[in-house]
Design a protein around this ligand. Sequence first.
Ligand SMILES: NC(=O)c1ccc[n+]([C@@H]2O[C@H](COP(=O)([O-])OP(=O)(O)OC[C@H]3O[C@@H](n4cnc5c(N)ncnc54)[C@H](O)[C@@H]3O)[C@@H](O)[C@H]2O)c1
Length: 429
Amino acid sequence: MKRIKVIIAGCGSRGSDAYGRIMQGMPEQYEVVGVAEPIDARRNNMKERFSLSDDVCFLDWKDMAAQPKFADLVVIATQDYMHRDPALAFIEKGYDVLLEKPMAPTPKECMEIVQAAKKHNTKILVCHVLRYTKFFKTLKKIINDGMIGDLQVINHCEDVGHIHQSHSFVRGNWRNSKETTPMILAKCCHDTDLLQWLVGNPCKKVQSFGSLSHFNAKNAPEGAPDRCTDGCPHADTCFYNAVKIYYDDKNNAWFRNVCGQKPNPTDDEIMEQLKTGPYGRCVYKCDNDVVDHQTLNMEFENGETVTLTMTAFTKGGRHTRIMGTKGEIEAHAKDDFITVFTFADKQYHQIKIDNYVGGNTIASGHGGGDSGIMTALYEYVTDTYEGFSICDIETSARNHLISFAAEESRVNGGTVVDLDEYAKRFFEA
Ligand SMILES: NC(=O)c1ccc[n+]([C@@H]2O[C@H](COP(=O)([O-])OP(=O)(O)OC[C@H]3O[C@@H](n4cnc5c(N)ncnc54)[C@H](O)[C@@H]3O)[C@@H](O)[C@H]2O)c1
């Protein structure tokens, strides 16, 4: 079995806790031979875990890219606005690439990555991890097998979850449009990608509405201080009390590592961050401006219509209804089964998902999608892949375009965007 040599650019939550951890558990397939990460504690953690020498541990991906090529593949897991430059640099050097989503914060940058990958014949996968879960692969197979006839309509909900919204989109990295991508791209480029994959042909038109209605100053309860650590009178009843979320709950390693800015922070380090850092702020007094709910209407090539609702005001999860000429599907990603009602026999059929992995959150490894993509990546790079989840980089980019176009529609008050016309601006220039 060929062992793939891997370097990792960006060793935060995804580079270290997701893909780094998974590759540690696949030692016959992957060998991590270098890392780039400016935060000392994170870089040193990787150095130790993978027994790396100092000369292959870099503070900046640029220094790693400047070395003669010393691995087969690079994992790019830096923040959203730092994907294009490392992608182009490593593609140029001849690396294959696992690229975190979103590919890039603008359509133009996505296109630059597509062009570079085509030019250098790069094997490049975008981390649309849900395509690799048992749950969504089963859903796709039900459609492919013709159980509901010709697909006509999809209603899909991305239930962000109120606490996840507060963590990532109110207090955290994806809260402010000046620093990050629009939320529909950051959170739902997975969903636009999934929906196109499920429908099986291209999206032609998109329209969108949405706003930030709740997580703002006008909803701050009376007397709430700027920080949850400053004696908030609502501490016992507020869902978003940061002390409860980050300090009291010792089991949520994802939240604690992000809040503490390092792997396995102590209680004292968490408390210090809550008093001074972004995660201790009152959710009604942050500098967030991204939406807390947004809906997309889409029309696909054969007239199929699809709605996608992204909403904070939920427990969290994804659920999907798919309607075809011969039946309908009800699928909740929290379940280990999918229900199909077929018109011919007027019966419900419960399709069991083999080896189901629960949940589709980051904490659950996206319901097996994080490890699923690492298995598929290995097969892809070694030319042994036989599944149906992988798509080419141009398709990934076009699926990102749905989110970009939706945001254009939303900020323009819900105009209908013709995606072929929109694509011409970036993809055929
Ligand atoms: N596929 C998914 O489902 C999924 C889920 C969550 C996040 N993401 C995406 O993954 C990416 C990373 O997210 P994250 O949560 O791990 O963020 P993070 O902030 O935890 O990690 C990014 C890391 O990059 C490091 N970095 C900054 N500058 C660098 C440089 N010059 N060279 C090398 N490293 C540098 C940071 O110090 C940080 O440790 C983002 O684009 C995010 O949107 C994808």
